[in-house]
Design a protein around this ligand. Sequence first.
Ligand code: NOJ
Length: 541
Amino acid sequence: MSSENAARLARRDSKDFLWWKHGIVYQIYPRSFQDSNGDGVGDLGGIIDRLDYLEGLGIDAVWLSPFYRSPMADFGYDISDYRAIDPLFGDMPTFQHLLKELHARGIRLIVDYVPNHTSDQHPWFQESRASRGNARRDWYIWRDPAPDGGPPNNWRAEFGGSSWTWDEPTGQYYYHAFLASQPDLNWRNPEVVEAMLDVLRFWLDLGVDGFRVDAIHHLIERADLADNPVNPLWHEGMDPAAQLLRAHTVDQPEVHEAIAAMRRVADAYDGDRVLIGEAYLPLDRLMAYYGAAGDGFHLPFNFHLIRTPWTPTALASLIAAYEAGLPAHGWPNWVLGNHDRPRLASRLGMAQARVAAMLLLTLRGTPTLYQGDELGIADVPIPPDRVRDPWELNVPGLGLGRDPVRTPMLWSAAPNAGFSSGEPWLPLSENWRDIHAERQAAVPGSLLNLYRDLIALRRREPALWGGAYVPVASTDSLLIYERVAGDDRLLVILELSGRGGEANIPAGTVLLTTDGLASTPPVGGTVKIPPNHGLIVRLQR
Ligand code: NOJ
């Protein structure tokens, strides 16, 4: 291990430098990262082959989407054995090797934890559905039909249809927030809680550094099964699940007890293990997920950059509201993309994707990057015969499908962009020859090099990883703020409108621009900011 890596790992126990606060998280969607055995699907061995890339990028932690045993109805988010590696991805020795190699490079590993539901192939569900009297019947949510024989209420599944599926042999419905093949566990049953906490212990014992907790706001539903109200914004052609407000199916008060139990398990381990919660909620609701007394998530994922209109005013208000809403013990975090949401390059265009990278990596709070965003991979159109996402298959044509954002990483000019020697499970971006990693690595100012420079700068500059966020009056086109540590002030100016702008700034030295060309010309006074341009300036002391 290099001395730098050893120093990074040694920092893990230092209370004034918590890795999950100051580090940068990189999400790997294993199916699409790197295939090592030619079956067209990425795997753990493939990730091991690409460790140099991760180290070169400079990230501090990898969050790995599920690699557990699964029938793959929802590509691993339907787990049939929480303690086993699916053969598609590898085996336990390969996982342990990956963990060891990441740690040797000073990179932590966060794994996915899917507590809301199992696969219908999980032995617990098989037992539960075997008979009404089965000891595990109450491990899932079974209910009698409504008087007309239909589902118990109007709740809708996220991936289409009712969230109740009829089980003929036992004459009851079971509840599922997602697919019928993803039955919800009953977290009101203490045996379920204990069994699921044991899953955490299993992976913590193996040495993982934390968990990204899936769909946490779905964990508990209202006990009296009241109908969900109609969404006042209901219209034909909208996501059918969103036509009703999820008033009684998400964000129920009891969820916080379950999170606190998870937190107690994580806190019992040394090494600052982290819990990151996935909850798509308005800011005021999201803050509760830190826990009333620091007994919630270390980081409830903040997805609001994905949803907020991309204007200086809207973003400045978002940041202000988020900063103001954080509880005293809450550390901020920011996300620009993941395997469920449209790609950054498609949402904003390539020019703004560079500005967005500078925003993400200069805001106060832990940034999470999604694999491929650093290459500018855009949503890839999927021909109908190649659609794989069950959401698109169940609710076609509304643009809900997530295949376009899950296409393979683009590594090199080799066949299939070096992703696989076989036919990739999803098509590659058409422009892969122009944007693959090997090519971008060789081009100064490429998006990949901009990410590397931004990450390196963030790691170097205490004002960026730890300093205060201080807003500066923004304009129609410019979002402006400072990051401040002691008397060190870094000014960030981001042109978002594509029209250019003008800023009046104190004298300083440019540390980095979105052209990626690090230079140090002095600036100050009235400065013209070209369209789609960003810069970071160290102000004179
Ligand atoms: C959120 C995950 O990110 C998504 O991919 C999955 O389909 C659902 N939760 C269900 O587990």
